[in-house]
Write a protein that binds this ligand. Structure first.
Ligand code: ADP
Ligand code: MG
Length: 142
């Protein structure tokens, strides 16, 4: 088992449903612990950074509009195999295919408004975490 950090973003539709606490509880119940947390409103540049691989996709403008529509919560999560386990707790990108008990199954409204982001790889996790957090803003046990 490897102790890792990953980044999750509670997206605008989940913020509007008032389920920040519920989502954090799911992570904590699965031993993914919050070591960094911010509530901010993303701008165009920040969304483009997170989703740079999707900039040329047809859905990018819709994604951009959604992600900048209200505040979001950034979570740095730490735990054993945090990157893969975070993705399992989150569920499939498309809520129609998400397993029962996953965050997206319960809180997604559509493939775009799918409630939460989770870093896809070790490389993505490092890139995303240190874009939003200074080292001294992470309260780690590592
Ligand atoms: P994931 O968030 O599961 O890593 P992707 O990296 O493929 O998924 O996509 C990034 C985000 O873009 C998704 O979480 C979702 O909000 C949005 N998205 C992905 N695919 C589509 C699509 N076909 N139509 C609309 N929005 C999409
Ligand atoms: Mg992705």
């Amino acid at each position: 088992m490897i102790l890792e950090r990953t980044l999750s973003i509670i997206k605008p539709n989940a913020i509007n449903k008032h389920v920040i606490g519920n989502i954090i509880k799911r992570f904590e119940d699965n031993s993914l612990f919050v070591v960094g947390l911010k509530m901010i409103k993303l701008n165009y540049h920040q969304v483009s950074f997170i989703y740079s691989e999707h900039k040329n996709k047809l859905f990018f403008n819709e994604l951009l509009e959604f992600m900048t529509s209200s505040a979001i919560v950034l979570l740095v999560l730490e735990g054993h195999n945090a990157i893969n386990r975070n993705r399992l707790i989150i569920g499939h990108t498309n809520p129609a295919y998400a397993n029962i008990g996953t965050i997206r199954k319960d809180y997604a409204d559509s493939i775009t408004k799918n409630a939460i982001h989770g870093s896809a790889s070790q490389e993505a996790a490092n890139r995303e975490i240190y874009y939003f957090f200074k080292k001294n803003e992470i309260y780690s046990t590592l």
